[in-house]
Design a protein around this ligand. Structure first.
Ligand code: ZN
Length: 411
């Protein structure tokens, strides 16, 4: 049923009995987009094995790639390029300002603040903000729009320094970062240190139940060290004197959770509801994850067969969206230049580069109408509505879309 036992301890509880239930093989770094100079060199590859901890229920990958390699000077992700994400952030900020009655004396801190895509909405309302992010490119972009940003990895030490300076937060945002940090416990301890007594940490993380139920294997990559359930999170927060007080489901990124965490216990019914639902579904047991590997293999087989059939009929196919999940999907399914002509992406920082591993060229979306391929394989399927809307002219001219997950379909 399951594979080997892991060799490292659990990232949350330190348990030694990790059970591997999925191996994606040796994968390149999903955001390691290559320049034309890089093409002459072999890329580093790292195993991608996913395991369940029977002691605390946390799902996690075994390999930890050093963060400097993952989030170095070339880290190409600028949040502001996604319209969906900006709308989601603006609504999040408006709700927090109303709920917490934030004003000019408050402080909002965002961990992994990127280019200030979220904090800009607080700043526009005159609320003091502080961003923290390790990647120099996005930090420079945030500073250029006037958002104070520390270029650093967040953890216990930095939180202690900020607290000593009297910089305690009313609200801490941490979107899609908790799963990325190698020192999970140091990060959560830091949140406890940085938070005011009545403050709230608003944390967004992909939900492991959605990942498993929807076959979203391509959201597993080296940046994502942990895959959280509410059961596992409750135990993690408790260890650091924090309480999970509210859970909200989010559709973004293919099914995420927004978690409200504080120092005072004031849980609303949502927390117990999630815990009970997870227990009913068995999310807290290894058996729940056992069939996932077979399902992932089936998605790969079906996608390969679909694309091969189209190619055989003389169809021309390109990809859309040089997202991290696209790197995993293309490499896992072995889809390179014999299948796809190019991958189009709106992010100018990615254009002119190549997808890691399969080395497909990344071009501007303008190229789609020039080349008019018969099919566009949408790699960031979580933004498929937005992408199909943007590519209405392509569709009007007869172009069609393929979505690979949860199962390959032509739309
Ligand atoms: Zn554990």
């Amino acid at each position: 049923m399951t594979g080997a036992t892991g060799t490292i301890g659990c990232r949350s509880c330190g348990g030694k009995d990790l059970r591997v239930f999925l191996s994606l093989g040796a994968m390149p770094l999903s955001d390691g987009f290559l320049s034309s100079d890089d093409l002459a060199r072999e890329e580093p590859r790292y195993p991608l094995d996913v395991a369940f901890c029977p002691d605390c229920t946390l799902v996690q990958i075994l390999e930890t790639v050093p963060p400097e390699q993952l989030f170095g000077a070339d880290y190409p992700y600028f949040s502001s390029v996604t319209d969906t994400l900006l709308k989601h952030s603006a609504a999040n900020v408006a709700a927090r300002i109303a709920e917490r009655r934030l004003d000019g004396d408050s402080l909002v801190v965002e961990l992994a603040s990127n280019d200030g895509y979220l904090l800009q909405y607080y700043r526009a309302q005159g609320i003091p903000v502080l961003g923290i992010d390790p990647a120099p490119g996005p930090v420079a972009a945030a500073r250029a729009r006037g958002i104070e940003t520390l270029q650093a990895f967040f953890g216990s030490d930095l939180a202690t320094r900020l607290a000593a300076d009297g910089r305690l937060a009313d609200v801490i945002h941490a979107n899609n970062v908790l799963a990325h940090v190698a020192d999970t416990n140091g990060f959560v301890a830091g949140i406890g240190t940085l938070l005011k007594e009545d403050g709230v940490a608003v944390i967004e993380a992909p939900y492991v139940k959605e990942l498993i139920d929807r076959g979203e294997f391509d959201t597993i990559y080296h940046e994502h060290l942990c895959y959280f359930s509410v059961t596992a999170l409750t135990r993690l927060f408790q260890r650091h004197g924090l309480t999970l007080n509210r859970v909200q489901p989010l559709e973004i990124h293919g099914g995420s959770l927004r978690l409200f965490v504080g120092k005072r216990a004031a849980a609303d019914p949502s927390v117990a509801e999630y815990l009970e639902a997870e227990q009913r579904a068995g999310v807290d047991e290894l058996e729940y994850y056992a069939g996932f590997s077979a399902r992932v293999s089936r998605i790969r087989r079906e996608l390969q067969a679909l694309l091969a059939g189209l190619k055989q009929d003389g169809a021309r196919i390109a990809g859309y969206g040089a997202a991290a999940k696209g790197t995993i999907l293309l490499n896992f399914a072995g889809l390179g230049q014999e299948t796809l002509e190019f991958v189009a992406d709106r992010n100018v920082h990615k254009q002119g580069r190549y997808i890691p591993g399969v080395r497909l060229p990344i071009v501007s979306p303008g190229r789609i109408l020039e080349a008019q391929p018969d099919y566009l394989l949408i790699l960031p399927w979580n933004f498929k509505e937005e992408i199909m809307e943007q590519q209405a002219e392509y569709r009007r001219r007869g172009g069609r879309f393929i979505v690979p997950v949860p199962e390959p379909v032509i739309l």
